[in-house]
Design a binder for this molecule. Structure first.
Ligand SMILES: *[C@@H]1O[C@H](CO)[C@@H](O)[C@H](O)[C@H]1NC(C)=O
Ligand SMILES: *[C@@H]1O[C@H](CO)[C@@H](O)[C@H](O)[C@H]1NC(C)=O
Ligand SMILES: [Cu+2]
Length: 145
């Protein structure tokens, strides 16, 4: 019946829409901002990042900067060329695609000695056909019509 299709459509809207509408802006490090000697993995741990969310790196201009790097550069604190740095002190990065993302500070040895580095995993807007790496235990997924 047509009403079942409407119900199915509304269910899809109800599932998909909030993740679009509720794009979140995260101040990295909250009140501490982007700085040395802060545990950014602990900060990220309890958060679920989605495509469309934003990271805002806040710091006094000139004291720090932000580089988006790959996993190897993250592990080694390899600083990319200076022209790739974000330096505004209020650097906003929109999370445009799912997957792992890595950020480091390229000033001095802030990354290697003082832990100024952040790694996050960005979840997609909607589940892909491939099995999701993490299942949501609370919500039954089956919809039968
Ligand atoms: C990272 O460091 C390791 C060990 O020091 C080295 O073998 C590797 O080549 C480095 N990788 C990059 C991308 O610099
Ligand atoms: C920092 O950037 C965010 C997001 O772009 C913006 O909403 C905010 O007003 C900016 N804050 C300052 C102090 O410029
Ligand atoms: Cu720094």
């Amino acid at each position: 019946m047509a009403s079942k299709q409407i119900v199915a459509f509304l269910l899809i809207v109800a599932v998909v829409l909030p993740s679009v509408a509720m794009a979140t802006e995260y101040i990295v490090g909250d009140a501490s901002g982007w700085t040395i000697l802060y545990d950014y993995q602990a900060w990220a741990e309890d958060k679920v990042f989605h495509v469309g969310d934003k990271l805002v790196f806040q710091y006094p201009v000139g004291v720090h900067n932000v580089f988006k790097v790959d996993g190897a550069a993250f592990a080694n604190c390899t600083v990319p060329p200076p022209n790739e740095a974000l330096t505004s002190g209020n650097d906003t990065i929109e999370l445009a695609s799912p997957g792992k993302k890595w950020y480091i500070c390229g000033v001095g040895n802030h990354c290697s000695q003082y832990g100024q580095k952040l790694a996050i995993t960005v979840e997609g807007l909607s589940p892909s056909p491939a099995p999701a790496p993490i299942s949501s235990p609370a919500t039954p997924r089956k919809l039968k019509f």
